[in-house]
Write a protein that binds this ligand. Sequence first.
Ligand code: SAM
Length: 576
Amino acid sequence: MSAMATGQPTPHDAGAAPRAPGSDGAKQPGKRPFQGRQHGKPVKHRKKKQPKPVQEGSPEEVLLAEVQAMLKLQRISEGPEGEAGPEVESASLPDYGTELELDVVELSSTGDGLARQKGSHHIYVVPFSVPGDTVKARVRHHNLDDGYTLTDFLSVITPSPLRDDSRIQCRYFGVCSGCQFQMLDYAEQLKIKRNIVVKAYRSFSGLAPELVPDILPTIGSPLQYGYRTKLTPHFDGPPGNSRRGPKNPHTFMPPFGFTPKGTRKVLDIEDCPIGTEAVRRGLTAERKRLETEYSQYVKGATILLRESTTRVPKSSPTDRVSVPDGIPADAVRVETDTHVDFKTCITDQNATAREYIDDFVFTNPAGAFFQNNNSILSPFTAYIREHILPRDDSSQKPIRYLIDAYSGSGLFTITQASLFPGGSIGIDIAEKSIAFARRNAALNGLARASPENGEGNKEDARCRFIAADAPELFKSVRGVYDPDETVVVLDPPRKGCDASFLRQLLEYAPRRVVYVSCNVHTQARDVGMLVRGAVEGAEKEGEKKVRYAIESIRGFDFFPQTGHVEGVAVLNRVDA
Ligand SMILES: C[S@@+](CC[C@H](N)C(=O)[O-])C[C@H]1O[C@@H](n2cnc3c(N)ncnc32)[C@H](O)[C@@H]1O
């Protein structure tokens, strides 16, 4: 399953190389200015096109909302004279390929800078820039209908006080589309991510400000580099798409890596410092393999690099553990007092990947969804454990049941099961993930394993799982899980929950909802509907009117160095 289909933010399929001081091509502070794209043909100035409908919560829609907010502020500050600003200018915008000096005034929630030319109102979107920078950028595309222009970043003319390019750990930063924030201090990245959540609820929830609590500070990732347990570099097929392959197959090695910002080409990348050590070694190994095997490919391909862990317990802190059978001798070895983890890189989509969160073990088909920053999963699941039940429960029935909608292989069902004496149920549309969720429940002592396939027994389990479309869930829980005694955890893909699911959720009316999302914009939209108690305004006659109040919202930084943030919103049913 592709990253897009499983809801992982695709820009993290980033590429990069670490810079050993003095190594070839390494960027040394003060020696070579940080630069973006230097080559590439100027694009022709195309005519105004019909705007494409944007998917809700898509980067285009998010950018549009922020550009409009900026233009609105400008009109307010200028009074009637500012009204005609952007439209008047559109006739005289620079040709594609023109290089401009721009002042960056804001940071958008897509991680790009929003900039202006001196004396002009028009907004330019400049990747790899931060407020306070003056940059050189090249005009790539005028989005006339939406009032902004996309540019390619070229170089920094005057740096912002927020920028320190000696922090940049990747020689491809400024070209590769994966990371946006390597030049920033980590505390600053966390502040920016909190602001992204603030803006998402302001623009997409449709709620009055008094209904949205103060957004709490974003919780950082224990690892800020070397955290990503999955990368998916790709390469194109032989030139001309010829079935005969390249002319000199043994001398030809295609660019193999990630997508540069603003193009569909492939940027050749030999290392990526946001990947874990095992994944980085996997990238090196796959490049070597391709050198000899590329001639066998008739088409391009995306290669999966997924970390897997084999844990061997120690009898004492000084116990010497040798590499287990079946694990390569060069596996990454992580030693603790109680165990040794051997980390390897899997490239087969159907192989089984294993990882640990504290003492919980999770297995997965390597190609299926699993959160891919393992370092944050212990504090993250602990936070969910602390907030999944209401603090002051004395006047109500105790909560006994957990519903984990969009459960994948059981992350929440399993890590939270101990709090729910009545039982937990997970639902996911991916049958394979559900098969592994049952198996994971058994591995963690929450279901009996069946002798045939190692899966948890479907009937006799503290954690049960259903492979189905999320709205099907309600057929299984009505009359079984009392909504007054139930918490629902939601963790949908980037597009959020569909209307039918939200409508049925409001009808079922669980006491508490914990909404986790890698897209805070669709999360804000869906939370807005739960707070209003209405999905797209379509209330059926006689329908029970239920609404929710937001208890807390905060971000978790699952994706350091990038513009992405994971949101957690906790809601309580408002009882009349
Ligand atoms: C962001 S992942 C969360 C998975 C899990 N909670 C975790 O953290 O590992 C979203 C999940 O939603 C599932 N999904 C997508 N569309 C669905 C639908 N219509 N009904 C049920 N599950 C769906 C995907 O298979 C994926 O496992």
